[in-house]
Design a protein around this ligand. Structure first.
Ligand code: GDP
Ligand code: MN
Length: 376
């Protein structure tokens, strides 16, 4: 889950990092009011993309009136396909130097990797591509964390101004602390600013939280709501289903990502448009099946549903019970075609006999039946 800059800064502030005092605003009037209190401000678009500065989404304003005008331009602006709905207003910085500091979870080395560069402010991917020797990388062993000697060597190797080493070390420790405390896959400060009066300031924040660890962080739930742009995907995640909206008119439900992918391919090859990907996972209980059907049918474009269940751990009779329970709990206005094989398939089919569900032997037949039944 990617966080907005202002959210990342909240986590960084809690970790003791020097973050400017900012205000989140959704209207030019609010921005003007904030600027009256803060003085010269920077107004920053809050969208989940980098390079906002280059796109015109980061602007300094000298007066409250100017702040209002700048906000009017940035709010509603389209940045790389995303509409700006919020801005962060902070006291503007007199920037002397911009550094880069980031920590990522590196799967290949099974370590966290601290990255530092004296070439901050610009796109770090660009630096990595054109001047890779300008990025210092240091592995952090989670058993030892960030001992001073490790960080001292890193800031020295990165060529950071020695006058600021003492102030930057605790920032890097805090950054690592924020990563660990929040189960982040990435924490990044770009730029880490040295102001003209010699202060070290966290001017930008990028944070990506490990989705698989979100259950450990109920306090991050409010951020989650905002970062999900698709309401249905969000609901599905809450119910433990893996749902991806695809926009067609044939609902697809299966157990196992591979099986669902293959079902999408076959359905597509028959000239049908899948409405979604939905994986109920292994060993699904009846209630899970009911929720899945409910989920798919809540898409008003769905004209038919294909169930493709290959029972290993998942039991055919359990799936059938879930489907039958669904008929009692909701109106099912479209044909539902079912391929059920594997563990307890006979029991499952026997349960479905005489019900509104249409049994088929395989996915090809399922696609043909859907075509015949709906004419799509
Ligand atoms: P990004 O372009 O999405 O990474 O947004 P940043 O927060 O990094 O801002 C882009 C650039 O705006 C920075 O690298 C600075 O050079 C510039 N900038 C100018 N004045 C300010 C200021 O007062 N505060 C901040 N945060 N950035 C400023
Ligand atoms: Mn930045």
């Amino acid at each position: 889950m990617k966080l907005h800059e202002y959210q990342g800064k909240e986590l960084f502030r809690r970790a003791g990092l020097p973050v400017p005092a900012g205000v989140v605003a959704t209207s030019p009037a609010e921005v003007e009011e904030a600027a009256r209190r803060l003085g010269r401000v920077v107004v920053k678009a809050q969208v989940h993309v980098g390079g906002r500065g280059k796109a015109g989404g980061v602007k300094v304003a000298m007066t409250p009136e100017e702040a209002r005008q700048v906000a009017a331009r940035i709010l509603g602006m389209d940045i790389k396909g995303l509409t700006v709905e919020k801005v962060l207003v902070e006291p503007a910085l007199a920037i002397a130097t911009e550094y880069y500091a980031g920590i990522v979870n590196d799967r290949s080395s099974k370590r966290f990797v601290l990255m530092l560069s004296a070439l901050g402010g610009i796109d770090i991917e660009e630096v990595a591509a054109t001047q890779p020797d300008k990025i210092v990388k240091v592995a952090i062993d989670p058993a030892f964390g960030t001992p001073d000697y490790l960080l001292r060597q890193a800031v020295y190797d990165a060529g950071f101004d020695e006058r600021y080493h003492a102030a930057i070390l605790p920032v890097l420790k805090g950054l690592y602390g924020a990563l660990i405390a929040n189960d982040a896959l990435l924490v990044e400060i770009n730029p880490l600013v040295i102001t003209e009066d010699g202060r070290v300031v966290v001017a930008d924040a990028k944070v990506d939280i490990d989705d698989s660890a979100l259950f450990r962080h109920p306090e991050l739930a409010p951020y989650r709501d905002e970062s999900f742009d698709n309401e249905m995907d969000r609901q599905a995640a809450e119910q433990g289903l893996t749902y991806v909206h695809l926009g067609g008119d044939v609902g697809i439900i299966g157990n196992g990502a591979g099986l669902v992918m293959q079902t999408l391919d076959v359905v597509n090859a028959h000239g049908l448009q899948p409405a979604n990907f939905l994986d109920i996972g292994g060993g699904a209980q009846a209630s899970q099946v009911t929720r899945a059907l409910n989920m798919v049918l809540s898409d008003p474009n769905v004209k038919a549903v294909i169930f493709n269940i290959f029972g290993g751990i998942t039991r055919g009779d359990e799936v059938a019970r879930g489907m039958l329970a669904a008929t009692e709990q909701m109106d099912i206005p479209v044909p539902v075609v079912v391929r059920l094989s594997g563990t307890q398939e006979e029991a499952g089919r026997a349960l479905l006999a005489g019900s509104r569900f249409i049994p088929v032997a395989n996915v090809q037949e399922a696609a043909q039946r859907v075509k015949g039944l709906t004419g799509v």
